[in-house]
Design a binder for this molecule. Structure first.
Ligand code: 13P
Ligand code: SF4
Length: 359
């Protein structure tokens, strides 16, 4: 995939942004953003940097500076092949950490130290070790939305783009139980897709973990964890009903971090890039995306045949920390470098290599 290119002058950049954003951002703001973006791109060349931009980045950034845009899986695959001096990851910490694990000898920068994730914060390496002690020999599949210490305790990583493929692969290797961490809803949705029973470990009164109630073999089971995405857990079946009441023809597209009921009530569910591909394939009509709201704005220009219903206002507070201004400061000041201790990195890499190779 060739790297994206952008206009060199602020005037041409402002015109480009205006075309992409179809009046989403006021013109006066676009001019300011265009100036910053041109300076980011100049510094990017000077400092031999590669900028990766997740699909949830603010629209002006998304359309003006990343060499590559995409979902967690695509950006991990690109990071794995990077040969730039530095990688600036316009996404959240777990994504930049993944790029660092795959590029231990390059500088990886996260433009804001506040780019966290409620899922990554939902589980610790100690909790994974406790689960493994309860379920000896059961393979651990970990969502990429976790920190390196948790991945280091895992056998496989996955993203929403290949969770079902990774789980099928592990079942096909002869296991009939899998630990799947930490997103409960992605776990439940993946269990439904792969024909497995979903169970949660028991939390005892004293706070320790107890073994889950597993179905007898040959039934396949996924043992999950009660982590949630603070953005996607807010969408409800009522939101979908209301949209369908107002617009009978609306096509509803959901991210699998939404609850199973919301996913079941939608027309299509997939990771961020799968959602984009699905919408691009529609012949026309109205679309409601139930995911981080910026993405609808980001893909409007690439989906001219559909009308994107802008009914959503839920922004991921962590992704929101990554702005063009912070990206410029990151390049200028080489901030904020992401580090992963070698012992953790080498163990986490095993699970990431399997993720990159699957699906
Ligand atoms: P994708 O892997 O689909 O890009 O999603 C990442 C994420 O954080 C979704 O909330
Ligand atoms: Fe994490 Fe949810 Fe934000 Fe994605 S949208 S980075 S899962 S908090």
């Amino acid at each position: 995939m060739p790297a994206l290119t952008y206009p060199d002058t602020p005037e041409a950049m402002a015109a480009h942004l205006k075309r992409q954003l179809r009046d989403i951002v006021p013109e006066v703001e676009l001019r300011v953003k265009a100036e910053i973006a041109c300076e980011v791109n100049r510094l990017k060349r000077e400092r031999r940097a590669l900028i990766l931009g997740h699909n949830y980045m603010e629209p002006a950034l998304f359309h003006s500076v990343p060499d590559f845009t995409g979902d967690s899986l695509q950006l991990s695959r690109i990071a794995a092949k990077a040969d730039a001096d530095r990688i600036v990851f316009c996404g959240v910490r777990f994504m930049a950490e993944t790029a660092k694990i795959l590029n231990p000898h390059r500088t990886v920068l996260l433009p804001s130290p506040k780019g966290g994730c409620s899922l990554a914060a939902a589980i610790t390496a100690d909790e994974v070790r406790a689960l493994k002690a309860l379920l000896p020999g059961v393979p651990v599949v970990t969502y990429v939305n976790t920190y390196a210490e948790v991945k280091a305790e895992s056998d496989y990583a996955c993203t929403s783009g290949n969770a079902a493929a990774v789980v099928r692969r592990v079942f096909a290797e002869g296991h009939d139980r899998i630990v799947f961490l930490p997103d409960e809803y992605l776990g439940r949705n993946t269990a439904r897709e792969t024909g497995a029973v979903f169970v949660l470990p028991v939390r005892r009164g004293d706070g320790t973990l107890g073994a889950p109630d597993l179905p007898p073999p040959p039934a396949r089971a996924i043992v999950g964890w009660p982590g949630r995405c603070e953005v996607h857990e807010r969408f409800t079946v009522g939101d979908i009903r209301e949209a369908r009441r107002q617009f009978q023809d609306v096509v509803v597209v959901t991210h699998p971090e939404c609850s199973p009921d919301v996913v079941a009530a939608s027309d299509y569910s997939g990771g961020t890039t799968d959602m984009i591909r699905y919408v691009q394939g529609l012949r026309g009509g109205r679309v409601m995306l139930l995911t981080e709201c910026t993405m609808g704005d980001n893909i409007m220009a690439a989906c001219p045949k559909v009308e994107m219903l802008r009914l959503c206002s839920i922004r991921c507070p962590h992704m929101n920390e990554i702005t063009l201004e912070e990206t410029l400061a990151s390049l200028r000041l080489d901030r904020y470098p992401v580090e992963v201790p070698p012992a953790v990195r080498d163990r986490a890499r095993v699970s990431l290599d399997r993720m990159i190779a699957t699906g």
